[in-house]
Ligand binder design. Structure first.
Ligand SMILES: Nc1ncnc2c1ncn2[C@@H]1O[C@H](COP(=O)(O)OP(=O)(O)OP(=O)(O)O)[C@@H](O)[C@H]1O
Length: 331
């Protein structure tokens, strides 16, 4: 993705909801997009899938998949790509499965929509996929309706459906948010196994720094529709370059040592896209803000890899962080 910008008319003027988002995802790589609610994570994912269907939206920039430009691709071409090449799983599988057909029937149909196979062959593949996803007694589960399964089983079934046509890219939008922590750990394990067992790349969208720490090779931090920082996950956790990344990490309870009575919180809230300041969007909440922040910082080498902040560029790294371990809490 290069310089993706999505603008919508708000109050009579065009407002950028996403601005100049740029990243590359390699084969068999797991990348996390992390940010608060409203930071633009879902819009970024929907843009890859060609699913931004908002009247008046203006989309600029480039999304290339295996060398092929997706921006401006007609919906017919997108339909062929979705499911077969790029698949998506969502937070709540209840909204992805229709309640009136069995899980197995729905996965069979997905397979048959993309491949010329008969019912029996499709069902055999469905059962095999459910088994691969760790679903116990997959034949019986295939005969169940969505409401008859636990949240964890439904999420496994949805990932099975997403993988049914061997996509090379899986986009998972908050796939574990609705699950309890034990099941969440199992699903993250499953996502990590996809590159090994299926050779897939995964784009994982989450608001939870613990989830990216456990799962992602690289992490991109979004703030107010823009990239704040991007780099290898380990580097981001050890030496974040953007005060926002550092503040997100500091708001996670440390795993070792004494726990502070109150965790540090980031004061204020992100600006609405229409009220974004002209300079750095984080400056009004930033403990390190100074006059240079009146100019919007470009993404530059620094921090974990690339950072949109003048501090690292000016050779003024952030003070060392307190706790270094992650307890898997929400950010
Ligand atoms: N259809 C729409 N019409 C107007 N504004 C929209 C629309 N969809 C998204 N937005 C705005 O775009 C911004 C980014 O939204 P997006 O859903 O991508 O955020 P997000 O990071 O995925 O948040 P969440 O974690 O809550 O899902 C938000 O300010 C949101 O209000």
């Amino acid at each position: 993705m290069r310089d993706l910008t999505i603008a919508l008319p708000v109050g009579g003027r065009m407002v950028n909801l996403i601005e100049s988002v740029t990243f590359a995802l390699g084969a068999r790589e797991i990348m996390g997009i992390v940010g608060e609610s409203g930071s633009g994570k879902s819009l970024t994912a929907l843009a890859i899938m060609g699913l931004i269907d908002v009247p008046g939206a203006r989309i600029a920039g480039s999304v290339r998949y295996r060398g092929r430009e997706l921006a401006g691709l007609p919906q017919r071409a997108f339909r062929a790509l979705r499911g077969r090449e790029i698949a998506m799983v969502f937070q709540d599988p209840m909204t992805a499965f229709t309640p009136v057909y069995t899980i197995g029937w729905q996965i069979d149909e997905q397979i048959r929509a993309h491949r010329r196979v008969g019912r029996a062959e499709a069902r055999a593949r469905t059962v095999r996929l459910l088994g691969d996803m760790g679903v116990p007694d997959p034949e019986r589960v295939a005969g169940r309706y969505p409401h008859q399964l636990s949240g964890g089983l439904r999420q496994r079934a949805m990932i099975a459906m997403a993988l049914s046509c061997d996509p090379s890219l899986l986009i998972a939008d908050e796939p574990t948010t609705a699950l309890d922590v034990t099941v969440q750990a199992q699903i993250l394990d499953l996502l990590r196994g996809l590159r090994r067992d299926f050779g897939s790349s995964v784009l994982l969208i989450t608001h939870d720094m613990g989830v990216v720490a456990e799962t992602c090779d690289r992490t991109m931090v979004l703030y107010s529709g823009m990239v704040a920082e991007h780099g290898p996950t380990a580097a981001l956790f050890v030496q974040p370059g953007h005060p926002y990344s550092a503040a997100l990490l500091d708001s996670i309870p440390p795993l070792h040592g004494p726990r502070p009575a109150r965790l540090p919180a980031i004061p204020g809230s992100p600006p609405a896209p229409a009220d974004r300041p002209a300079g750095c969007a984080f400056a009004p909440r930033c403990a390190h803000a100074h006059p240079a922040c009146a100019v919007r910082p470009a993404l530059m080498a620094g921090g974990a890899g690339e950072v949109a902040c003048v501090l690292p560029a000016e050779g003024r790294p952030l003070p060392p962080r307190g706790g270094s371990a992650v307890a898997g809490g929400g950010a």
